[in-house]
Ligand binder design. Structure first.
Ligand code: TRP
Length: 356
């Protein structure tokens, strides 16, 4: 067991969707890294089976998956502690989906927000309700439940949009446990506290988003970073004029990366007057550089050396498969199938009896 006071298991899945921006970092990556560091056991996996529902270009799927691994490692994930793996390296996950299918009502999938959103959109556009909805999208909650349950997860850090998935996971675990026996722990979600990524403004003041093209990527070279910071829109107040820091994109971004003292100093300077926008942009650039220059180098090194990433991911998969095989074996036995060869009913049986 771990020496950390909090011996709970935290698990996060990350869909490979291209390089992150600083809003993703503040809203999701940094909080998840902190949570992983605080807890006894932590798992972080690349949700490549989930991505496959939407990405049908093998080169992109492969490259994007590497990007996720390189990104989290560059930003401080310690692979000795946190188990980092590809979902697709754990064949026990899709096998668990098959078992969960047997106790999961179809109606549950019909109620999934993601599926309903796709149907509503189709209807609004006058198309067939299920146009372009593949079975991967439809059964997404089943795969996600298997991801979580197979690792006997206690806590899943999520954004608001993912809460329903965790509720469904608890439902499915309950159906299974009640129908057969207590095999699965019921996970809880933890809403990404910090600052929701959604609240971080982009360089034009709207919410930072790749689709608006107003984002600042995490991994870019210093010159490009500077250029983006200089593009931030401001009003035309002169340096000596007093300004409201809370209506100011530069200050809002700065406060997420600066120390409390630095933040206080900029707040005062804006409020009193004497802080020009050019000056503030330079300070913002400096703190972004301090935070991301090192990680950018590490990220680029990993992306130029995929063998290193493969080694780390292979080692992670071997560790993750251990718990995955134990859980799956118990689930198989519970329903009346053979346990997996080489897996003995683990010592943790008694521990699993208690309801989470
Ligand atoms: N559905 C999550 C997302 O879109 C990704 C994900 C897949 C996940 N499986 C998971 C997150 C298990 C947490 C736990 O962001």
């Amino acid at each position: 067991m771990s020496a950390l006071p909090n011996a709970k298991t935290v698990l996060t899945g990350v869909k490979p969707t291209g390089a992150p921006h600083i809003g993703n970092y503040i809203g999701a990556i940094r909080p998840a890294l902190r949570l992983a560091a605080e807890h006894g056991r932590s798992y972080l996996f690349i949700a490549d089976y989930h991505a496959l529902n939407a990405v049908h270009d093998p080169k992109i799927l492969r490259e994007d998956s590497y990007q996720v691994a390189a990104c989290w490692l560059a930003l401080g994930l310690n692979p000795e502690k946190t188990v980092l793996y590809r979902q697709s390296d754990i064949p026990e996950i899709p096998e668990l989906v098959t078992l969960l299918c047997a106790v999961t009502p179809k109606g549950l999938m019909d109620r999934s927000h993601a599926y309903k959103a796709a149907v509503d959109k189709n209807k609004a556009e006058g198309r067939d309700a299920d146009a372009d909805v593949n079975m991967g999208l439809y059964t997404y909650p089943l795969l996600m439940a298997a991801d979580i349950l197979i690792a006997q997860t206690d806590i899943v850090p999520v954004g608001k949009d993912q809460v329903q998935h965790i509720e469904f996971t608890r439902d499915m675990a309950g159906y299974f446990n009640n129908t057969f026996k207590n095999v699965f722990k019921l996970p809880n979600y933890q809403l990404e506290s910090g600052v929701a990524g959604a609240l971080l403004p982009g360089v034009d003041g709207r919410k930072m988003s790749k689709s608006y093209g107003n984002h600042i990527p995490v991994f870019i070279d210093s010159a490009a970073r500077r250029k983006l910071v200089m593009k931030i829109v401001t009003d035309s107040k002169r340096p000596e004029e007093a300004k409201n820091p809370d209506e100011n994109i530069i200050f809002q971004l700065y406060s997420h990366f600066a120390t409390p003292e630095e933040t206080m100093a900029m707040r005062e300077a804006f409020t009193k007057g004497g802080m020009g926008y050019g000056d503030a942009k330079q300070k913002l650039y400096d703190v972004l550089e301090r935070e991301f220059e090192g990680p950018t180098k590490i990220y680029n090194d990993y992306m130029a050396n995929k063998k290193k990433l493969d080694d780390i991911l292979d080692a992670g998969a071997a560790r993750a498969r251990k718990i995955a095989r134990e859980t799956l074996s118990k689930a198989r036995e519970a329903v009346g199938l053979n346990g997996l060869p080489g897996v003995h009913a683990a010592a943790g049986e008694g521990q699993l009896q208690r309801k989470a």
